[in-house]
Design a protein around this ligand. Structure first.
Ligand SMILES: [Zn+2]
Length: 404
């Protein structure tokens, strides 16, 4: 166990205001073997608001060595995600480097190389940095050179060159060494380079009530204003960006050395929408917390009613975020028989905290009456793949129901 930081991870202020208490929770990515069931550590999961810079964040850090040196999240698992990565790579190539021969790209938190494969196909020279050796080995097998390390300034300075593109998909809010990592990015970004940062957009999380995306790996919950502030501290500035539907609302932000490129009209429009919604104010987050409590009540009422009718209920998906949801709502074996998952690395494991067995979708013979959908971010894919079950009357319940 480590510290409860007394200071904001972005601005160093110590004026934290509690926003949402999700209780004591196990590390959500730590799916358990049968022997590990009941032995998991619990850590506080509290969202706090920095009244100085407006950045919401966790007030407790599970050590990164616990969280990232071994994990079972593999980005290659779903088609939606692979398509999204391909689209991002194509956009970067066509927009910023249409004529360059063999531009270089560094991917931070490169996972199994799913994103870099897309860049490689477009003629990029690729390097990945990934902290989990097992996952990095999967990338090497695909021909993607991968440095096994935690990315920070020290790691950046050891890299042999600077890069035209630096990509950080979903990893930027994980970074415990936030300022060191940002300095590292500043150091290895070419003069006219583009840093592509993808993060869960807190405005979308609030609008979708997707509180399940709050878990120990995600230390920070950025809006455009807060990420702009962080980058400015290190001589970097966003110049373009758009909101992609992936994970219910991910911001794809293009960043250059400060002032190198003019701010695009669509990014200016996104800033304006954020300001208009009051998305950096305390009251915005307090309202969110109330709505989350109401959603918990509604979901439990729904599940209880179905159980009374004698229905069999399974969870659809065993995503990491599902554990925040299940643990906060207190949904275990009294409601669900199992979680049905595609990722073979999670086969035979149990969900942390709630101890539900994970069954692979392909091995399932007898479907339930109701699916509680935890992998709601793949709603379109799930509804399409299960059209036959839905036609037979199997219900799919989405507690988190993002706007399409
Ligand atoms: Zn702050």
């Amino acid at each position: 166990m480590t510290d409860r930081p007394l200071q904001c991870r972005v601005c160093d202020s110590s004026d934290f205001i509690p926003v949402l208490d999700l209780g004591l929770q196990p590390w959500a990515n730590d799916f358990l073997t049968k022997e590990q069931v009941g032995k998991e550590h619990l850590y506080p999961l509290h969202l706090v608001y920095c009244s100085s810079c407006g950045c919401v964040q966790l007030d407790f850090t599970v050590p990164k060595e616990v969280m990232f040196s071994d994990h079972t999240y593999v980005s290659g698992t779903t088609k939606t995600l692979a398509n999204h990565f391909a689209e991002t790579a194509r956009y970067v190539r066509n927009t910023f480097f249409p004529h360059a021969t063999s531009p270089s790209v560094l991917d931070i938190g490169s996972n199994d190389g799913t994103q870099l494969v897309q860049y490689k196909d477009l003629g990029f020279d690729t390097v990945g940095v990934e902290s989990c050796g097992r996952v990095a080995a999967m990338a090497e097998e695909r021909g993607i050179h991968t440095v096994v390390d935690f990315f920070n300034e020290e790691c950046a300075r050891k890299l042999p060159k600077k890069f035209d593109v630096i990509n950080a998909a979903g990893v930027f809010f994980h970074l415990e060494e936030l300022h060191s990592a940002t300095r590292g990015i500043k150091h290895v970004l070419c003069e006219d380079g583009v840093f592509v940062i993808q993060f869960l957009y807190m405005k979308s999380i609030v609008e979708n009530l997707a509180f399940d995306q709050i878990y120990h790996e995600h230390l920070l919950y950025y809006t455009l204003r807060t990420v702009e502030r962080l980058l400015a501290l290190h001589g970097l500035s966003p110049f373009d960006g758009y909101l992609a539907p992936i994970h219910g609302g991910s911001m794809i932000l293009f960043v250059s050395h400060a002032g190198r490129r003019p701010v695009s009209p669509r990014l200016s429009a996104l800033y304006a929408e954020e300001d208009k919604a009051g998305a950096n104010s305390l009251s915005w987050y307090q309202k969110f917390a109330q709505q989350v409590q109401r959603m918990k009540t509604d979901t439990l009422a729904y599940l209880s009613a179905k159980k009374k009718e004698g229905k069999r209920i399974f969870g659809m998906g065993a995503p990491v975020k599902g554990n925040t949801f299940l643990n906060f709502c207190g949904i275990g074996a009294q409601y669900l028989d199992c979680l049905v998952e595609k990722n073979p690395l999670r086969k035979g494991l149990y969900s942390p905290g709630t101890h539900l067995p994970i069954v692979l979708e392909e091995e399932l013979t007898n479907p339930p009456d109701v699916y509680l959908v935890l992998a709601w971010n793949f709603k379109g894919e799930i509804l399409k793949n299960n059209a036959a079950l839905i036609a037979r009357g199997v219900e799919f319940y989405f507690p988190v129901n993002p706007k399409e």
